[in-house]
Write a protein that binds this ligand. Structure first.
Ligand code: 5GP
Length: 261
């Protein structure tokens, strides 16, 4: 599919115009950033794995009735998606306290929350995506009340579904970030799940060893980033067939080599 002009370039993805109005091509880069762009690197093969993992999760969510922007995966790095008007809020769902929650409130790392906690961050790189209240979202008209109610329901359903899916493959879903947008359907605005769901946007711990299988390996210099992402894809049963794992070197951010059959 021919790409049109670049619409937006983010830290890990690029959005291009698609041949048809209302659609876009989402390209997954290998770039990794952390701490609001202070730490940057390229992790070869990351975009390919995130494309596959996110496709798998969004297809499954669609099957339980969550509307998503995904139309179809086009190739190793690209997806055809509905072009949504993104709500400038990151919706963060937490099951276990870690990351910014523990820093902010002094809660012990690893504390299991009695029920899922939904947080809102204002999507603004210059400000470092600050935590905001639901009231801020309403006060600045980033979203309407009925939209926020629907999104909250969907966040909790997505959490239930993903917790089960990951538990089945020996992974704890610690927390994750979602983004939602609006599209026009027959003159009416409809909320859809946008962006991606992958080890870049979730915290995933092995159930037994609590080994981190997500972007914290990059954030905290734990090494073996690609090995962890690969492990998630493998456990979910979606490892790209053409990946020859014996050729992958894992210690530094490194190249995944793909062998044509
Ligand atoms: P924390 O607020 O603890 O840093 O992050 C909570 C969860 O949301 C983590 O799973 C983290 O990966 C995800 N998250 C929060 N903000 C962002 C962001 O700007 N980009 C990405 N990729 N993930 C985020």
């Amino acid at each position: 599919m021919n790409k049109g002009k670049k619409l937006y370039e983010g830290k890990a993805k690029i959005l291009y115009e698609a041949p048809e109005k209302g659609f876009a091509i989402q390209h997954f880069k290998d770039d990794a950033t952390a701490y609001n762009n202070l730490k940057k690197s390229k992790i070869e093969g990351k975009g390919v794995l995130n494309n596959r993992i996110s496709e798998h999760i969004l297809i499954n969510l669609n099957q339980i009735g969550i509307k998503t922007h995904l139309v179809k995966r086009l190739n190793m790095r690209e997806q055809l998606v509905h072009l949504a008007e993104i709500i400038p809020v990151e919706f963060i769902v937490r099951n276990i306290a870690t990351g910014s929650l523990t820093k902010r409130l002094g809660i012990a790392d690893g504390t299991v929350l009695s029920k899922p906690l939904l947080e809102y961050s204002y999507k603004n790189d210059e400000l470092g995506d600050p935590l905001v209240a639901r009231e801020h979202v309403l006060a600045f008209s980033w979203a309407e009340e009925d939209e926020l109610n629907l999104i909250k329901d969907q966040c909790l359903r997505i959490n239930d579904f993903m917790q089960g899916m990951f538990r089945g493959v020996g992974i704890k879903l610690v927390d994750f970030k979602l983004e939602f947008g609006r599209i026009n359907v027959e003159g009416k605005k409809e909320i859809i799940l946008a962006d991606e769901i992958s080890p870049d946007t979730c915290r995933l711990w092995d159930i037994v060893s609590e080994k981190k299988l997500d972007k914290d390996r990059f954030r905290k210099d734990l090494g073996n980033v690609m090995q962890a992402y690969h492990e998630v894809a493998r456990r979910l049963g979606i490892m790209p067939e053409e990946t020859n794992i014996s050729e992958v070197k894992f210690n530094k951010p490194t190249a995944l080599k793909f062998k044509k059959k």
